[in-house]
Design a protein around this ligand. Structure first.
Ligand code: UT7
Length: 332
């Protein structure tokens, strides 16, 4: 019997309507459009407004769009993996809420938190369920409401992040499409450089933790930047080498959208030309777990069956990784 691989057979996405521009940020903190654009490549990001709306609200829209586009019965979904760093609650899992919201009555689900590399970790995990032959339809969701943990008085972080959600459907392929290879890495020694200091079990919420603004995302930017450049480009180069992929054979680099300069460095190390790099950081900023599915969603119409995609990400934890996948369908 031929080997089963996990092919992406559809992609859905959602970004909230509200656009937070660099100009509006200029009125909140000491910054300017020129600095933000030249240091990060970001022009605007989307922000989810509305009382009581969490990450699940955006993920629900992405999943429902995906089910409709692929003409998939929600009852046929076996598993949903929700990759998020901003779950609706510490528990229950946002994935569980999503199954209920989207009518996935026969699926089991769980959340996966690997910060900005979360979607890659989820894609590999979901693929392995498909590869067993037991699971036929797996949804991998990447969604974050970063505005819930961003301090809009901190210019070092508030310019970077946005809200959004993306989702892919994985189904078995026996023709060699889908996830071919992956390299995933973690290094907890990097934990202090990009984290949320309070709100978990080590430092539960208290008046003091709130007063000290420890429930917001904290980042030591320059340290994270250096690690991101070294590790994201290193792992992307490693996956090319392991799979004997020349830069000409890479149809698309699909990078995590944290900083245009990190993306450029990764493409340069891989020898991949700029017109083969998926980019939407200028529109959405860093949506953490959602960047990779959202950028695939934006580029879906340009993808052709058999295209070689190299996905790469780096994030808090530290976590990083790269996936080589063969695209499974032509534009519909
Ligand atoms: O997705 C998860 C992984 N995260 C990342 O990959 C992000 C990695 N880090 C970065 O992208 C960059 O480090 C940043 C974009 C966050 C910062 O860029 P940088 O070139 O590393 O700047 P810096 O932190 O070294 O700061 C340079 C200067 C500082 O001023 P002084 O000390 O040189 O006078 C900052 O205070 O820029 C200042 N600065 C700003 N100026 C205007 C910091 N933020 C701003 C701002 N507007 N928003």
């Amino acid at each position: 019997m031929s080997k089963i691989t996990a092919a992406i057979t559809g992609v859905g996405g959602y970004v909230p309507e509200y656009i937070l521009t660099n100009k509006e940020l200029e009125s909140k903190v000491e910054t300017n459009d020129e600095w933000i654009t030249s240091r990060t490549g970001i022009k605007e990001r989307r922000i989810l407004k509305g009382e009581g709306l969490g990450t699940s609200h955006m993920a629900e829209k992405a999943v429902k769009e995906l089910l409709k586009k692929t003409n998939t019965n929600p009852l046929d979904i076996d598993l949903l993996i929700c990759c998020t760093t901003t779950p609706d609650f510490i528990f229950p899992a946002t994935g569980n809420l999503l199954c209920d919201m989207c009518g996935l009555k026969n699926a089991f689900s769980y959340d996966l938190n690997a910060a900005c590399s979360g979607f890659l970790f989820g894609l590999v995990t979901g693929s392995q369920f498909i590869e067993t032959g037991k699971y036929k339809k797996v949804l991998v969701v990447g969604a974050d409401k970063m505005s819930a943990i961003v301090n809009y008085e901190d210019r070092a972080t508030c310019i970077l992040f946005g809200d959004g959600a993306g989702a892919v459907l994985l189904e078995p392929s026996t023709d060699g499409y889908g996830v071919i290879d992956s390299v995933l890495k973690t290094d907890g020694a990097g934990a202090d450089f990009l984290c949320q200091k309070a709100g978990g079990s080590r430092r539960p919420p208290s008046i003091e933790s709130v007063t000290n603004k420890e429930h917001y995302a904290f980042q030591e930017g320059a340290t994270v930047f250096k690690s991101a450049v070294t590790n994201m480009s290193g792992v992307a180069a490693e996956i090319m080498e392991r799979n004997n992929l020349t830069s000409d054979q890479v149809t698309w680099l699909v990078p995590h959208q944290a900083n245009k300069r990190i993306i450029d460095a990764t493409a340069a190390r891989m020898g991949v030309a700029e017109d083969k790099v998926m980019i939407n950081i200028h529109k959405y900023g860093n949506t953490t777990n959602a960047t990779i599915p959202l950028v695939i969603w934006d580029y879906e119409k340009k993808l052709k069956k058999g295209d070689n995609l190299v996905l790469a990400a780096f994030g808090g934890g530290f976590t990083w990784g790269s996936i080589y996948l063969k695209w499974a369908y032509d534009p519909k």
